[in-house]
Design a protein around this ligand. Structure first.
Ligand SMILES: NC(=O)c1ccc[n+]([C@@H]2O[C@H](COP(=O)([O-])OP(=O)(O)OC[C@H]3O[C@@H](n4cnc5c(N)ncnc54)[C@H](OP(=O)(O)O)[C@@H]3O)[C@@H](O)[C@H]2O)c1
Length: 338
């Protein structure tokens, strides 16, 4: 295939470009080159999509497939206007942040309610909390369907993406923490559900979707699993036998200013229950049936750990620091064993 990746200089876009080259496709990546570099073997076209005419230079070419990762509505609109007429299939990487209901587990993409589109004066996510992120993705999904038609557009609403080159502190926190050994603070209960998708698996599915002209809207998620299986799976991937997990009650953590999801004092892949019980527990069946092949968790862990070892400066250092973790564990055990 002749594939155009709008992006391709970091994480998912880059993994997709890399895999496409390995599969023998003719790959063009269009981006600024600010976030990183596109992989070897692609044709890199420098463009700044803030310029509405940026993609006009590619409008004379035809592509079997476009894969776009943008969060900016105008970027999508201009790309579709320039390219839709001579593209066979369009994949848009959206997000599960489009959903309006994060509480109900087991929801399916085709019937779950989504947020309204972004207001007219919003073009992209705003500020450190990425306000309007989900709404902007909803707006872009609509544009893609309008320009390409439902049958030629693949809307992939990715869940938490993990693996090598992860720019976030989320999955890498657990890889770092389990590899450090000792008593590990495990949040919530062993049976809490967690869900994510390996970046290489998602890349493979995007290319499969392009190749088979898959149309429609799907969640790009692997099967949900228990948090105990997650933490034991991370340990298994690292070759750590019998990790010592101490499960700490959610309310105790919240009362001690331990935060959910990501950032300073946060425990990643932990969200408040029952309010967020739907966030990490969506129906993975449609994606599996449409060709998303999921590798075993220890393989994802090994790929992440080996990237972390090779590129320590690129690994974001977030989460609970060891001294805080030890102090909270001491206080928790004093309360628990009283
Ligand atoms: N990470 C997760 O857990 C997660 C979860 C759900 C959904 N998602 C979605 O998955 C996608 C991930 O994409 P990704 O990993 O490839 O990373 P990304 O951070 O979304 O990358 C954005 C890409 O767009 C390019 N870009 C940004 N501004 C540009 C501009 N003005 N002109 C041209 N290119 C521009 C960047 O390249 P340059 O900066 O080099 O130009 C980069 O290649 C995103 O759509 C995200 O919303 C992510």
């Amino acid at each position: 295939m002749r594939i155009l990746i709008l992006g391709g200089t970091r994480f998912l876009g880059r993994a997709t470009a890399q895999l496409a080259v390995e599969q023998g496709h003719e790959v063009t990546c269009a981006a600024r080159g600010v976030s990183g570099v596109a992989p070897a073997g692609v044709r890199f076209v420098p463009v700044d999509r803030d310029d509405p005419q940026a993609l006009a230079q590619l409008a004379g070419e035809s592509f079997d497939a476009v894969i776009d990762v943008t969060r900016q509505i105008s970027h999508a609109r201009h790309a579709l206007a320039a390219l839709a007429d001579h593209v066979g299939h369009w994949s848009f990487v959206s997000t599960i942040s489009v959903y309006a209901d994060n509480t109900t587990p087991g929801q399916t993409a085709t019937d779950a309610p989504v947020l309204p589109p972004a207001p007219a004066d919003v073009d992209g996510p705003v500020g450190p909390d990425h306000r309007w992120y989900g709404e902007c993705k909803v707006s872009i999904e609509r544009l893609v369907r309008e320009w390409m038609g439902v049958d030629r557009s693949f809307i992939c609403r990715a869940g938490l993406i993990v693996g090598a080159e992860d720019p976030s502190d989320r999955f890498p926190y657990w890889v770092r923490r389990l590899s450090a050994g000792g008593e590990v603070l495990a949040p919530g209960t062993p049976s809490d559900r967690v869900q994510f998708v390996d970046v290489a698996d998602l890349a493979g599915w995007l290319l499969h979707a392009a190749d088979t002209r898959l149309g429609g809207t799907y969640d790009g998620v692997g099967p949900a699993m228990s948090r105990a299986d997650l933490l034991n799976g991370v340990a298994a991937g690292l070759g750590v036998a019998d990790p010592v997990l101490t499960w700490v009650d959610q309310e105790f953590l919240l009362a001690h200013d331990v935060r959910e999801w990501s950032g300073e004092r946060a425990l990643p892949l932990w969200v408040r229950l029952p309010e967020s019980a739907g966030l990490l527990d969506r129906d993975a069946g449609p994606a599996r049936d449409a060709g998303l092949a999921v590798r075993p968790l220890p393989d994802t862990v090994r790929a992440t750990a080996s990237w972390m070892r090779a590129h320590p400066a690129d690994v974001r250092q977030g989460g609970l620091d060891p001294a805080d973790e030890a102090a909270i564990l001491r206080e928790w055990k004093a309360v628990r064993d009283r």
